[in-house]
Design a binder for this molecule. Structure first.
Ligand SMILES: *Cc1c(COP(=O)(O)O)cnc(C)c1O
Length: 492
């Protein structure tokens, strides 16, 4: 493409100018998007088939002017996106990200440091080390802790439990499960409400998903007495419970397992304690909410998603291991073409030693910028605000005769049902179908966006309140919209 040095220099100047001119325009549009978010429907009005037609285009041979392409991005992509920043979005656990984190993420793309090894990202490695250190400190972990950022909670769970497997059955990594003494008797104990990714890790680790055993629960939380009983029973059968995965902020209801009591059981039994805190580990940031995760400081490993309750753009996941040596052992491997200890240094600084990823984005930058700019106090405020909004919704639902909250709210997730007069006397299946249809029509209307799940075999509505701008007024609008749709459905 370049025939002369002048061409190359001109191209560089043009690239910089493209960033400048399109960048200014893009940032203006992004700011307007955010400021005007409430004037949009929460989600696309188009059907999947209509949307598909918008994007049905052959591989472009000829380029087109940037302005045209960007205009179409705004029309087709942004115009039909799900707007997580909209205060009526109350669906999945996705954050409306903090603006400085969004900007830092853009800069991370420009710098494109790869966190695989020090020599591709010296500052990236140090920034990530610092962020991991802050997260470990916030958990109350000792100085022996180590960790890494990963793509999210699923990979964090896998990484933490891989460290657990190698700690209990050394040799699995090199010799394989079948040839490692006792490994075939391994059992992973989990909360009934654990995220599906936890069970998946057992399959991925070659232990088989049948090695996962659910522990009995009380009020939607892992019961420590049942845990102790399960460990004794399994041992009596000659099986080896090697790890317990407790949940801090379970996906369905946002409830916290009693971590401190679970830590007592794990300590007595000598079993690795993993905490899936993808949603809830962030609660350590708030003095008034920290009691929910009391005992997390005693865990052997923790999965923590800053892209949920620390309001980072995805992907930003983290795994922290109490004794860092176990994390290193989990991926014991030599790759002399990649990992180095430089002369005169006593340790290898390459972050890739501790994760299954090689090339890895500089995700630490946004978290580093955000923590330094906002400080933990700001995050505590966001956590307290969204949790208070969920409590407020619970109070409103409980006070209304046509709504029923399904559980006491602990975090910012709440499951409930709408039960107007007109559905009294309907069968359970009919009431289930009614809830599902309420949700489908609300989401299609663009007025709001919620999810559903199944609790005790009944279909329920579910909200996750991730947006600090969602307030009482929006909760009232949600209830009103559901009532209106309910009347349409019941034909009253
Ligand atoms: C969201 C979630 C996960 C999965 O995390 P990803 O970041 O989506 O990979 C795991 N566990 C719990 C409890 C979660 O809420």
């Amino acid at each position: 493409m370049f025939t002369t040095e002048t061409d190359a220099a001109a191209q560089l100047a043009a690239d910089a100018e493209a960033l400048r001119s399109t960048g200014h325009d893009l940032i203006d549009r992004m700011a307007d998007y955010l400021a005007g978010i409430e004037s949009r429907p929460v989600s696309t009005p188009l059907s999947p088939a209509e949307l598909e037609r918008r994007f049905d285009e052959p591989l472009p041979r000829e380029g087109r002017p940037a302005g045209e392409v960007w205009d179409e991005v705004w029309r087709d992509v942004v115009g039909n996106a799900i707007h997580f920043a909209h205060p009526m979005y109350m669906g999945h656990q996705i954050a409306p990200p903090l603006p400085h984190a969004v900007l830092a993420d853009t800069l991370a793309s420009l710098l494109n440091q790869s966190l695989a090894v020090w020599e591709m990202s010296p500052t990236g490695t140090l920034v990530e080390e610092r962020v991991v250190c802050w997260l470990a400190d916030a958990l109350g972990f000792p100085a022996s802790a180590a960790g890494t950022l990963v793509s999210g909670g699923s990979v964090a769970n896998l990484t933490g439990l891989l460290a657990a497997r190698e700690a209990r059955f050394p040799g699995c990594w090199t010799d394989g499960v079948a040839r490692t003494p006792d490994a075939e008797r391994a059992v992973l104990l989990v909360s009934e409400h654990s995220h599906y990714s936890v069970e998946r890790t057992a399959g991925l680790m070659g232990l088989g998903s049948h090695s996962v055993v659910g522990v009995g629960e009380r009020d939607g939380k892992m019961c420590p007495t049942e845990l102790e009983r399960a460990i004794d029973e399994l041992r009596g059968e000659g099986r080896i419970p090697f790890a317990v995965s407790a949940t801090a902020g379970a996906t369905a209801m946002g409830l916290f397992d009693p971590l401190d009591q679970i830590a007592d059981v794990c300590q007595r039994a000598g079993v690795w304690m993993h905490v899936d805190g993808a949603h809830g580990a962030s609660f350590v940031m708030s003095d008034t909410l920290r009691h929910l995760v009391h005992g997390i400081e005693r865990a052997d490993s923790v999965a923590w998603d800053p892209h949920k309750m620390l309001w980072m753009p995805m992907s930003t996941g983290a795994v922290l291991v109490r004794d860092g040596r176990h994390l290193e052992a989990a991926f014991r491997q030599k790759a002399p073409y990649l990992f180095h200890t430089r002369p005169g240094e006593d340790r290898c600084r390459d972050a890739g030693r501790m994760t299954l990823q090689c090339t890895r984005r500089f995700d630490a930058l946004k978290l580093w910028v955000a923590l330094r700019h906002y400080g933990t106090g700001h995050f505590a405020g966001l956590l307290e605000r969204t949790t208070a909004t969920a409590r407020s919704l619970q109070d409103k639902l409980a006070a209304a005769s046509d709504f029923e909250p399904m559980h006491a709210v602990e975090s910012n997730i709440l499951c409930f049902r709408h039960l107007p007069e007109s559905v009294r006397g309907w069968t359970d299946d009919e009431v289930d179908a009614f809830q599902a249809e309420l949700r489908a029509r609300l989401n299609a209307s663009g007025r709001g966006w919620i999810t559903t799940t199944v609790l005790n075999e009944r279909r329920v509505l579910r909200v996750t309140l991730m947006n600090p701008r969602t307030g009482d007024e929006h909760l009232d609008r949600l209830m009103e919209a559901l009532r209106e749709i309910g009347r349409e459905l019941a034909g009253t």
